[in-house]
Write a protein that binds this ligand. Structure first.
Ligand code: NAG
Ligand code: NAG
Ligand code: NAG
Ligand code: NAG
Ligand code: NAG
Ligand code: NAG
Length: 344
């Protein structure tokens, strides 16, 4: 019903727009484009609303977001573009609520850990760490097939479970030569808190705590403990085949140390993703780096020739560059504040 009305409305506007001689119809054309984009987006994402008033509300949010995207992209001075994705009908507040965690305190240097462990994995193509950051050649663990596919956390602030399983997945593959295996985010979501490690389920947690949990309890393959996207009781399964990592490394927080650590394996990083809702492509540089809210955890998989960071997110392949984001070099969005990984 509403879509029929919308179509009529759209046809009316099209008729109106085509008959205008002057260029003052630019905004009408924009509206038609926006409505067309909306209809296409609804179809692509198979979006259905309960009733027409909810749809009207969501459509208004979509159109508002659409304008922001168009406005950003029409300014060629930006180093990155924005685009629609599954989050297009969410307000910024909803995005923050469902996709991000409450901000944690930025504390430089985290625990000042030691990442000078030996790299011995025979499948490791990056065994020789660069001497300085300046001459470090680009690297990307995706090229070594050491990264599992991009996942989707859904409406749950469980980024920290995805970042920690991603660290476990790549480490087990690179260091142990084990087949690349998906590990269980749901086990972490359900079990970490009850086992005495800090976590607040869908409201946030620490990937490094999840790794410490896995050292004690092991981590099950995803196939044995599938993701449901909400916290529930821990389903201990003594028969499941678990991977036990041995040691967490808290990387002394500087971009140089992160590059050195990356040459051993991908690492978990905590970032300010407040402005990431519609990131599409290019080098993201819109964080206020002196005033970050660390509210998201992701996997750092490499860096490009300009030392911009290459990051795997957990918002599905429809977000960003097939699920990835490139972040400006240096301590952008707080990326160098609390990096962590495994050393054994
Ligand atoms: C009309 O507007 C479009 C985009 O806003 C612009 O590209 C075009 O040159 C304009 N045409 C005239 C005749 O002003
Ligand atoms: C880091 O570990 C290595 C090898 O285990 C050790 O030689 C070195 O002294 C440690 N460095 C720091 C800062 O603890
Ligand atoms: C690293 O591994 C090499 C080769 O196995 C060995 O010779 C070297 O002593 C190791 N270094 C450390 C710090 O363990
Ligand atoms: C990774 O692979 C892509 C595609 O083959 C290539 O363009 C890129 O240079 C590679 N990057 C690194 C760091 O090896
Ligand atoms: C991991 O899970 C994804 C789906 O989320 C699947 O496509 C992939 O084949 C699985 N296995 C590996 C090794 O990545
Ligand atoms: C428990 O482990 C077995 C075998 O490892 C597996 O088949 C089963 O699905 C697991 N059950 C749960 C609830 O994780």
């Amino acid at each position: 019903m509403p879509s029929k009305i919308l179509t009529l409305f759209t046809l009316f506007i099209l008729g109106f727009a085509c008959c205008q001689q002057s260029n003052s119809s630019g905004s009408v054309t924009d509206l038609v484009n926006a409505l067309t984009t909306y209809n296409l987006w609804k179809k692509t994402h198979n979006v259905k609303y309960e009733d027409s008033s909810i749809e009207a509300y969501r459509k208004a949010i979509f159109l508002d977001n659409h304008n922001k995207i168009i406005e950003h992209n029409s300014d060629p001075s930006h180093s990155y573009t924005l685009g629609h994705n599954h989050l297009s009908d969410m307000t910024h507040e909803e995005f923050s609520l469902y996709q991000l965690n409450p901000a944690r305190t930025a504390s430089k240097s985290s625990k000042g850990g030691n990442n000078s462990g030996n790299s011995s994995g025979s499948s490791n193509p990056y065994v020789d760490p660069p001497i300085t950051t300046k001459n470090a050649p680009p690297m990307d663990w995706r090229n070594a097939s050491a990264i599992t596919p991009v996942k989707q956390q859904g409406k749950c602030g469980s980024c920290w479970t995805f970042a920690s399983t991603a660290v476990l997945e790549s480490f087990s593959f690179i260091k142990n030569g084990a087949p690349l295996t998906n590990f269980s985010e749901q086990q972490i979501l359900d079990c970490v808190y009850g086992s005495g490690y800090y976590s607040n389920g869908c409201n946030g947690g620490f990937g490094s705590e999840a790794l410490n949990y896995a050292i004690q309890n092991g981590i099950a393959p995803l196939s044995q403990y599938p993701y449901v996207g909400k916290q529930q009781g821990c389903k201990y399964n003594s028969t499941s085949n678990r991977y036990y990592p041995k040691q967490v490394s808290y990387i002394i927080a500087t971009p140089y140390n992160m590059i050195k650590a990356l040459w051993k394996a991908p690492i978990g990083v905590v970032v300010d993703a407040t402005k990431w809702q519609f990131y599409r492509s290019g080098v993201f540089n819109s964080c206020d780096n002196n005033n970050v809210n660390l509210n998201h955890e992701v996997l750092l998989v490499g860096y490009d020739a300009n030392h911009n960071w290459i990051i795997k997110n957990s918002w599905g392949v429809g977000w960003g560059q097939q699920g990835y984001i490139t972040l400006a070099a240096g301590d952008s969005c707080g990326i160098a504040d609390q990096p962590y990984g495994l050393s054994a």
